[in-house]
Design a binder for this molecule. Structure first.
Ligand SMILES: Nc1ncnc2c1ncn2[C@@H]1O[C@H](COP(=O)(O)OP(=O)(O)OP(=O)(O)O)[C@@H](O)[C@H]1O
Length: 127
C-alpha cells in the first residue's frame, strides 16, 4: 500500500497558490465571471452605504461566494470538456449547458436576495 504523502507547510502553501491561480484564471479568462465580480463589488459597496445588518451581510457574502464558486466549477467543466472533446458534440453541449445552468440558477437566487435586501432601503432613501 502507498504511504500517504507528508503534510508539509510548503506543500500546503503550494496547494493554496494553485487554488489562487485558479481564481486569477477565472477573472482573466471568463467574461461572465468578471461581470459577476463587478456586481459583487457593487453589492458590497451598497452594503456599506446602506448600513445593512449582520444577517443581511452574511446573506450577501454567502450569495457572492455561491455565484463565484459556481463560476469556478463551470469554467473547470468547460475547460475539461474542451480538452476531452475539442470538436462539436451534442453530449458536450448538454454537459456545458447543464454547468452554465447551475451558474444561472445561483445568479438568479443572488439577484432576488440582492433585490429583497437593497430595493426597500434604496426606495426609502429616494422617497
Ligand atoms: N464542443 C461543443 N459541442 C457542442 N456544443 C458546444 C460545444 N462547445 C460549446 N458548445 C455550446 O456553446 C455554449 C457556450 O460554450 P462555451 O464553451 O463557448 O462557453 P462560454 O461562452 O463560456 O459559455 P457560458 O457563458 O455559457 O459559460 C455551450 O453552453 C454549448 O451550448
Amino acid at each position: 500500500m502507498n504511504k500517504p504523502a507528508q503534510c508539509s507547510i510548503t506543500k500546503r502553501m503550494q496547494s493554496f497558490m494553485h487554488a489562487f491561480n485558479g481564481l486569477k484564471l477565472l477573472f482573466k479568462e471568463e467574461h461572465n465571471a468578471r461581470i459577476h465580480l463587478a456586481v459583487a463589488i457593487i453589492a458590497l459597496t451598497l452594503g456599506f452605504v446602506l448600513d445593512i445588518n449582520t444577517t443581511e451581510w452574511l446573506t450577501v457574502l454567502l450569495s457572492i461566494a455561491l455565484v463565484i464558486s459556481l463560476e469556478l466549477l463551470n469554467a473547470a467543466i468547460e475547460n475539461l470538456a474542451d480538452f476531452v472533446c475539442p470538436q462539436k458534440d451534442v453530449r458536450i453541449k448538454k454537459i456545458k449547458d447543464l454547468a452554465a445552468g447551475a451558474v444561472l440558477w445561483g445568479a438568479m437566487a443572488a439577484f432576488i436576495i440582492g433585490g429583497v435586501i437593497f430595493v426597500p432601503k434604496l426606495w426609502q432613501l429616494i422617497s
